[in-house]
Design a protein around this ligand. Structure first.
Ligand code: SF4
Ligand code: SF4
Length: 136
């Protein structure tokens, strides 16, 4: 049995690797991959269609600065990715094309606590590092 295993291992050494280190080596993603949503605040009109469309009620429309550090606020979507199933309906239904799919699937979106999975408009707009706790 041992010899058989060694023989099998030796036979496979020259072959191309079929596994990779995770999370060190990221998986190549297809163009249509649906990761963490990206919000374009300049296009969003705060209509709430995305929130009404979401099958998991993961979106809430909240007031947030129109850009990072601004005192002026408008309504934008906030997504609880702890409930998001990345179906993409919010993106498809947005009448202004303000939402799109990002490529993040591990770094920044894997958290220890549920509250950290709340993606504020500033995080969705990538105005702050999505790993940061502070939304401003
Ligand atoms: S992201 Fe689109 S659907 Fe959602 S509130 Fe903004 S404009 Fe409306
Ligand atoms: S991708 Fe689907 S589940 Fe996630 S927030 Fe959008 S509509 Fe809701």
């Amino acid at each position: 049995m041992v010899l058989k295993n060694i023989k099998y291992a030796l036979k496979n050494i020259p072959k191309k690797r079929v596994t990779r280190l995770c999370p060190e080596v990221e998986t190549p993603l297809s163009d249509r991959f649906r990761g963490l949503q990206i919000l374009d605040k300049s296009k969003c009109i705060g209509c709430g269609i995305c929130a009404n469309t979401c099958p998991n009620s993961a979106i809430k429309i909240v007031k947030a600065p129109i850009f990072r550090g601004s005192d002026k606020k408008r309504w934008f979507p906030q997504i609880d990715i702890g409930h998001c199933l990345f179906c993409g309906l919010c993106i498809d239904q947005c009448p202004k094309g303000a939402l799109s799919s990002g490529k993040e699937y591990s770094k920044g979106v894997v958290k220890w606590t549920h509250k950290d999975l709340l993606m504020t408009p500033c995080k969705l707009a990538r105005e702050v590092d999505i790993q940061e706790g502070d939304e401003r």
